[in-house]
Design a protein around this ligand. Structure first.
Ligand code: XIL
Length: 722
């Protein structure tokens, strides 16, 4: 690649620099100027010389200089014979970048085949497990469009890997061929980030608990390292200590990257938490594949846990020994064995894989605190199952020193703005009562979408961060550590939902200030809460409940039952609500793909549920005015409490795999009137063709706790009575 010569426009003078590329000041820029004063073009490639610094990114694709087509000058680069969406021309731009600076990146592309597709200009930061990928510009392109410009901006906050590429890929069609010309990289004059203005979070939480974040090897230098070191006193490797990273091939442990990461932060006087010794994800196939014998599985599990824990002994304060072993929203949480996720470990070994694993970790590193770590632990069913498991195992397998087998429970804390802090509090209380320590291990709060966050969403997110940290301080006696899962929105695993404290430019968001001083922040925004409680009108009118949808229903607005409690997103629907002086009327239309009521548990059958808190007092446990009304697609009913069924009428009409439920629920504890607010929610249970509940959709309350706690219900406002 050396000796590459670049044409300077107009000058036609060969130029040789590092990699033979044009460096700032070497050329004038052309085409539409990057916005703003003081921008510097630092790299331009027009393919006018006999060599070029691009390389194939995948394998089979061919890159050829050609004069068949050009955007300017006489040549361009032809890319053909691609076989994967991510294949394409790639150039390492790391030598040209300054950390913390934002760049405008632009190139011109002309399609060769197919007739039309979508192309994307992207950037890769770092290599291997530490790599992250970001789209810079994406658009559709057709043959008849000729040359099309792809432009976008990106701020590189970490360049320490020395490997940062720009490349063109085609997400929709791995075989598209195209010409590339006139790539330009412009450093924008936007200001650098200043670190000094913010109080370190770790000092603010010094009296309470450790405060942490995650890192990868790409974070070990530069501004990201500085920011991590400034605000946090404990680090978790985002991916680097997972089974797939440490023992991809049996017996061949690869510790170099993880050691580098751990030692870099230890050298800063920080601490390290280990994540994770066993998980059903990011684990190599050989470790626990389908059909492995119990003996072999135990051997693999124990060897991995012991070798890894022994390797980091003395350098980590704690381990997530086991990650995510309990299913979502288990219905019989007392029976924690029945609530275990059917992971390969479970299938090969049985439920005793859990004590075996913890014992192995304890033996290898007796000093480290051993954690069970899971998500959605604000779901009370899941929290109860974890409680039951830890309680039983700690009673059954006490350590010689009298130490419990499991020292701590990690609440991951992947939240959304409508997460209810009250349910988080319930779980903290529950776990604290076990006497184990608690850590919040992967905190982030999704808000907004598509990497966009409005002012009001940003405030809501900050309010939830603020109320959670107020709560965490209350439980500081039990909480050892609070770790965020992501330094900034752009590098987060959920980048599109803006979940962290710093924006893509590493500037502190409102969320940062809410965490830094929650009492002050909450006082400044008094009366506001994070929850976006859904509200809707119920309209005055009396339909006949007979399975025929009277036109009067049309007068009530449609409520979407479209928020999901579990990972699987199955049946959903819409509802309408009417009322008269005696009753509330609910119509729910469910769209499903298969109707099934094989399960003996009514809640596992295809069915619809209404939750009612007549007085809207939002009590954390059911009072006399609260009720749950369930109707399945065959119009079989069930109630909680049983007495709620008195005076209830329902009718159902099915149509293929969809069904419509009409219900009449008499008011018993309140005289309805215009303007009255009623606590109300709707749930759609979706049974699989095997008769197992595979999905739960709700109107508002995603606590998973609506059957016993009304505090998360949405609100119905009664209107329309003449
Ligand atoms: C995530 C990482 O953030 C991603 O980079 C990776 O691609 C997938 O895993 N629960 C966990 C973490 O315990 O290990 C996960 O981390 C997020 C969910």
């Amino acid at each position: 690649m050396n000796g590459f010569r670049k044409k300077c426009f107009g000058l036609m003078k060969p130029f040789t620099g590092i990699l033979g590329l044009v460096i700032a000041g070497g050329c004038q820029s052309r085409g539409p100027a990057a916005p703003g004063e003081g921008n510097r073009t630092i790299l331009e490639i027009g393919f006018e010389t006999e060599t070029h610094p691009f390389e194939p990114r995948g394998g089979s694709e061919e890159l050829t200089l050609t004069n068949e087509a050009f955007h300017t000058g006489a040549f361009s680069l032809r890319i053909e014979n691609r076989s994967k969406p991510w294949h394409g021309p790639s150039i390492n731009i790391a030598p040209y970048l300054t950390a913390g600076r934002e760049y405008e990146i632009s190139c011109w592309i002309r399609l060769i085949s197919p007739e039309r597709t979508e192309l994307q200009l992207s950037t890769q930061i770092g290599q291997g497990d530490a790599a992250s990928y970001h789209g810079v510009a994406k658009k559709g392109i057709a043959l008849q469009d000729g040359w099309v410009q792809y432009t976008g901006t990106y701020r590189y906050t970490n360049i320490s890997s020395g490997y940062i590429t720009l490349y063109v890929e085609s997400p929709a069609d791995g075989t598209a061929s195209f010409y590339l010309d006139d790539l330009r990289l412009t450093e924008l004059a936007a200001p650098m980030i200043s670190l000094e203005d913010l109080d370190p979070l770790k000092s603010r939480y010094e009296p309470y608990f450790l405060i942490g974040n995650i890192a990868s090897n790409a974070d070990l230098k530069g501004i990201r390292f500085d920011l991590l070191s400034r605000h946090f006193n404990v680090i978790t490797a985002e991916n680097g200590m997972k089974p797939a990273s440490l023992q991809a091939d049996q017996g061949a442990f690869t510790f170099a990257d993880a050691d580098e990461l751990v030692d870099a932060f230890l050298a800063q006087g920080m601490q390290v938490h280990g994540h994770t010794l066993a998980w059903h994800q990011q684990s190599p196939e050989w470790m626990n594949h389908e059909g492995i014998s119990r003996g072999q599985a135990v051997e693999n599990l124990v060897t991995h846990a012991k070798t890894v824990a022994a390797h980091f002994k003395g350098r980590v304060i704690s381990w997530d020994v086991l990650n995510e072993a309990i299913t979502d929203n288990p219905q019989n949480p007392e029976d924690w064995r029945g609530a275990l996720r059917e992971t390969p470990w479970y299938k090969a070994i049985g439920d005793d894989y859990i004590p075996l694993l913890f014992q192995a970790a304890r033996e290898a590193d007796p000093e480290a605190k051993l954690y069970y770590n899971d998500y959605n632990l604000d779901n009370q069913n899941k929290a109860q199952a974890v409680y039951a498991m830890v309680k039983e195992l700690n009673e059954r397998y006490p350590d010689v020193g009298g130490r419990p087998l499991i020292d701590g429970i990690g609440m991951q804390g992947h939240y959304r703005v409508n997460t209810n802090p009250k349910t988080v509090a319930l779980s903290l209380e529950r776990f604290a009562s076990l006497g184990v320590e608690i850590s919040i291990t992967e905190l982030d709060i999704q808000a907004g979408a598509d990497a966009a966050l409005s002012e009001s969403q940003s405030l809501q997110q900050a309010l939830l961060y603020g109320s959670l940290f107020t709560l965490f301080k209350e439980y500081a006696g039990s909480i050892a550590r609070v770790t965020f899962w992501g330094l900034d929105d752009a590098s987060s695993w959920r980048a599109s939902a803006n979940p962290t404290l710093f924006d893509k430019n590493l500037q502190a968001k409102q969320a940062f200030y809410a965490v830094s001083d929650p009492e002050r922040f909450m006082a400044q925004h008094q009366g506001l809460t994070a929850q976006e409680t859904r509200r809707a009108h119920a309209v005055f009118g009396s339909p006949v409940v007979d399975g025929i949808v009277d036109p009067i229903w049309e007068q009530a607005p449609a409520l979407p039952v479209n928020q999901y409690l579990m990972a699987w997103q199955g049946a959903s629907g819409t509802a309408r609500v009417l009322w008269d002086d005696a009753s509330l009327y609910v119509l729910v239309t469910v769209t499903d793909t298969v109707l099934n009521k094989a399960s003996l548990n009514a809640y596992e059958q295809d069915s619809v549920e209404v939750f009612l808190d007549e007085r809207n007092d939002k009590a954390a446990s059911f009072q006399e005015d609260d009720g749950q009304y369930r109707v399945n697609f065959m119009n079989e009913t069930s109630f909680n409490p049983q007495s709620a069924g008195t005076g209830f009428v329902s009718a159902v009409k099915t149509s293929g795999a969809s069904y419509t439920v009409e219900m009449k629920i008499p008011f018993k504890h309140r005289t309805p009137a215009n303007g009255a607010e009623i606590g109300f929610d709707l749930q759609i249970n979706d049974a699989s063709d095997q008769g197992i509940r595979q999905s739960v959709a709700l109107w508002n309350d995603l606590s998973g706790n609506s059957f016993q706690d009304t505090s998360g219900y949405g609100i119905l406002v009664l209107t329309g009575k003449p």
